[in-house]
Design a protein around this ligand. Sequence first.
Ligand code: DX5
Ligand code: ZN
Length: 223
Amino acid sequence: MRVKKISPSILSADFMKLGEEVRAVESCGADILHVDVMDGRFVPGITIGSVVVEQLGRFSHIPLDVHLMVEEPARIVDQYLVDRVQTLVVHLEAAGHLHRLIQFIKDKGVRAGASLNPATPLSMLEEILPDLDQVLIMTVNPGFGGQSLISSVIPKIARLRRWIDEKGYNTELAADGGISLENVSEVSRAGADVLVAGSAIFHSKDYGGTIRTLRERAEDVAS
Ligand code: DX5
Ligand code: ZN
């Protein structure tokens, strides 16, 4: 059975009580905290930056995956090489010299990931896939929490799963955006290892129940 990981995206948490929100999902069995950094250029919004990520890293008991939705990520990645950051994910569409950047991140002892927008073809990964620790497939257009999953991206997840498995790579496959109790089985069955969920968890009344059900439904379909 393939192990599935549930990763709450704090974008949908109550920022006025972020510490409590982090403790709550940790104690409910979340595997990884998903942290969305936006720069107001790659995507319209601005969320949190390195000061908050550094504090989250000191505070959190579980690892952080930092999703950089920023232009020219090479200018700022070093600010996010902090405690507890397990994976730094940059957008393929925004990174000029992706190979160099991925090597830089890995040389610092942090896992390196690349994210693809819904319209970005998997073929863009052709040369870099063997070097990646994670591919984060966007199942919504990045920029906002609470959007609906774009179901036409699901076959893309399945194709990437087959590609990774056929080549025998260790690359982790994560899916991000619009994941809910209703569609998590389908996304997991397509082959995602990490299920990122923001509003499905933080807008629910019972974080524990939601995380448990997401995991059960994700693992039920695991082969
Ligand atoms: C979207 C972010 C996602 C988002 C997911 O730009 O990258 O991580 O927070 O939130 P939901 O699960 O509400 O779509
Ligand atoms: Zn994200």
